[in-house]
Ligand binder design. Structure first.
Ligand code: ZN
Length: 326
């Protein structure tokens, strides 16, 4: 399967489940991607994993991203401060590896609080990393001495890689004994998330649950120390659920997300609603049919209510996991 993106072509292929190897999966929904203009299927495996299948091949992954993919700067600075709070205390020899480090800003924050911090990313996001220790390439193939790091972090990264199992395995070998692996991933076991079109498909290739995370860790000699369902670092809302539920009720099992997506929320992209409220409202009235706006706002309210309920029952749509190597 080929998709043309500018002059370059995206190729995709059917893949087995990365966790259990099963090849039979249930198609949950299909979604048109605004970057590639191609429709991707999201499937569910009996082991709990949810993923994009057919999946873009290794060479095509960088083509799925716009250069401005990351959140805007003021949002990021506050994010990094929250991430730092999850780290254990450091001493002068404490080494940290940030997987999927992007432009390296988290590494700078970690250095400021005493960590000897390094990063790795598949994509070179910045021509000038300003002296930061960053490797560009595919982590599982990298030649790095084993048991080198006290802490490995992967903030919203494992859902982006084609083979999470290779990353869990490599990260385990890089951690010192009793080292920490701290990471955030989407949780499709949270209410409404499994059928919400709000996931950033196909940048998000694999969606996890607390159970599948535990299986990955167990296979690689790690165990869960804590799982946080607080939405402190990243937030997740099951937008689109109102129209999806309505279609289920009237028996129209529509698979394409465009039928029940919340277009008003979609216009926000990665911007903060608080900072851009006025501009966003103007864009909503310019782009969304008036008859749909009320439904979008009802859906938005429903999504916010369900997301807050998810925190209370400790089953939120994005989880932060602290694991240790046994
Ligand atoms: Zn599976």
């Amino acid at each position: 399967m080929n998709v043309q993106v500018g002059a370059e072509s995206i190729k995709s292929e059917y893949v087995p489940c990365d966790l259990c190897g099963a090849v039979d999966h249930e198609v949950l929904y299909s979604k048109i991607d605004s970057v590639t203009n191609w429709t991707f299927n999201v499937v569910g495996c009996s082991c709990g994993m949810v993923f994009v299948n057919p999946m873009p091949d290794e060479q095509s992954i960088p083509l799925l991203y716009r250069q401005d993919y990351h959140f805007e700067k003021p949002l990021l600075d506050s994010l990094y401060k929250k991430m730092i709070e999850f780290l254990p205390p450091s001493n002068e020899n404490s080494r940290l590896l940030d997987v999927g480090c992007g432009t390296g800003d988290f590494i700078k924050h970690a250095e400021q609080v005493g960590w000897d911090a390094e990063g790795v990313d598949l994509i070179n996001w910045s021509q000038t990393y300003g002296g930061l220790k960053i490797r560009i390439g595919d982590l599982p193939c990298m030649d790095i001495p084993e048991e080198s790091y006290d802490v490995v972090t992967a903030w919203a990264v494992l859902e982006h890689v084609r083979n999470p199992s290779l990353f869990f395995n490599k990260i385990s070998t890089l951690m010192k004994k009793d080292g920490y692996f701290i990471f955030t991933v989407p949780n499709v076991a949270a209410p409404g998330i499994r059928h919400s079109c709000h996931e950033d498909v196909p940048r998000h290739l694999w969606l996890f649950t607390p159970g599948t995370v535990e299986s990955y860790l167990d296979k690689n000699g790690m165990k869960i120390r804590s799982i946080f369902h607080d939405g402190k670092i990243y937030r997740s809302y099951p937008f689109g659920l109102l129209r999806y539920t309505w279609h289920q009720l009237i028996g129209r099992k529509e698979m394409n997300c465009s039928v029940y997506e919340n277009r008003s929320v979609g216009l926000l992209q990665n911007r903060s609603i608080g900072v851009h409220f006025k501009r966003w409202i103007t864009e909503v009235f310019e782009n969304v049919p008036t008859c749909q706006i009320a439904l979008d706002f009802l859906d938005l309210a429903l999504g916010v209510i369900i997301a807050n309920y998810s925190k209370i029952i400790r089953n939120y749509g994005v989880i932060t996991v602290i694991a240790t190597k046994e």
